[in-house]
Design a binder for this molecule. Structure first.
Ligand SMILES: [Zn+2]
Ligand SMILES: [Zn+2]
Length: 367
């Protein structure tokens, strides 16, 4: 159904208003650039060596900060793959049933082919009425974006975007670099801030920029530090903000540590396998965002614990043998490499190599 006139105008106005916080941040950053580079470094600092070192270091941090902020804002959040959408016939079937239990029966049947292990708190399959899809694990519907967002963390007004699987690494880097930016300004501005009060600065307008630069940078440092430390804790525990508020429910009950694979693997899931990419705002998170390895492989017999790919799993099931029906992507399987795995001595290697032809599934030799 096409949106009616007044409603689409209202939505258009809302979309413009949502950019105000981003514009506010952009103006503050632009002013801080002017105040630091022109008023502090060029106008007020007399020592050339100090001036050059400050300007060089400032610009490196500034570029990384703006780059990470840009990527957080403009990386579109990822939505569930079409496999999670209801087919036309399933939709009709669901509409015909009016009892909740029979609808759940249909959803449960569809979910058997999908890597879904979380449930609602009452044990039902998580279904989004609005998007007409089965929610993948860690996926939530965002009311602002009006979409289901993979591994949704929260909707952030300061970036006018949903923070989720596609941009969580960028968001972490944005917090880290903005904190570094504020701390650097606070530290290098401190001696000139003291000079302001001891009347050691020449009586120009630069002294007021130096004063406000110190106040704003130190205030932002405090709030950014608390947010950054909180998100570092979440990464270490492999929890999203939403999961920290309400623990995910699995078939055996809620488990706040369900997705945690241990400190090092949790870190790698967000930042990737190669440490050289960790500080750079390029996508390097592991997995596809639709399915996540859990630490519950031994509790839930349906959960796979070994590397396999869709094609290989299908080939095996066609041979009429009992193998996990819900394969993991290779990059996720690597995260589970130390977990106990089932053994298939016959032909596994060749079949798994086939799965590696998918660019997402680059297999690296385990060290
Ligand atoms: Zn939805
Ligand atoms: Zn959103």
């Amino acid at each position: 159904m096409a949106p009616s006139g007044p409603r689409s105008i209202k939505r258009g106005c809302q979309r413009v208003l949502y950019w105000i916080p981003v514009l506010f941040i952009a103006l503050i950053v632009a002013w801080s650039y002017y105040a630091y580079v022109l008023q502090l470094c060029i106008e007020s600092i007399e020592d050339t060596g100090e001036k050059v070192v400050y300007l060089l270091a400032y610009h490196v941090i500034f570029v990384m900060f703006v780059w990470a902020y840009w990527k957080t804002i403009f990386t579109p959040p990822m939505n569930p793959l079409k496999e999670f959408q209801l087919s036309h016939s399933d939709k009709e079937l669901l509409e015909r049933e009016d009892r909740g239990e029979s609808q759940q029966e249909i959803l449960r049947r569809i979910a058997t082919d999908l890597p879904i292990y979380t449930r609602t708190n009452s044990g039902a399959i998580r279904f989004c009425e609005r998007c007409q899809l089965l929610k993948p694990d860690r996926c939530h519907h965002c009311s602002v974006c009006d979409k289901c967002i993979l591994k949704m963390d929260h909707h952030c007004p300061w970036v006018n975007n949903c923070v989720g699987f596609s941009n969580y690494k960028f968001f972490m880097l944005f917090l880290a670099y903005s904190l570094l930016y504020c701390l650097f300004i606070t530290a290098t501005d401190l001696q000139y801030f003291i000079k302001f009060w001891t009347r050691g600065l020449p009586d120009t307008q630069a002294k007021f920029h130096i004063l406000f630069l110190f106040f704003s940078a130190s205030m932002f440092s405090v709030s950014l530090a608390s947010l950054f430390i909180y998100h570092c804790w979440l990464v270490c525990k492999n929890r999203s903000t939403l999961e920290a508020v309400r623990a995910p429910a699995f078939r055996h009950g809620t488990d706040k540590n369900g997705f945690s694979l241990g400190f090092s693997k949790n870190l790698r899931q967000v930042f990737g396998d190669e440490v050289k990419y960790w500080p750079v705002p390029v996508f390097s998170s592991l997995g596809d965002g639709c399915s996540f390895p859990t630490c519950l492989v031994n509790l839930d017999p349906e959960q796979p614990s070994s590397p396999s790919s869709s094609s290989s799993a299908m080939e095996r099931s066609s041979e009429g043998r009992q193998f996990p029906s819900k394969p993991l992507r290779e990059s996720q399987s690597r995260l589970l490499s130390s977990a106990p795995s089932w053994s298939d001595s016959e032909g596994t290697t060749n079949k798994d190599k086939k799965g590696a032809s998918n660019p997402v599934m680059t297999i690296e030799n385990e060290a």
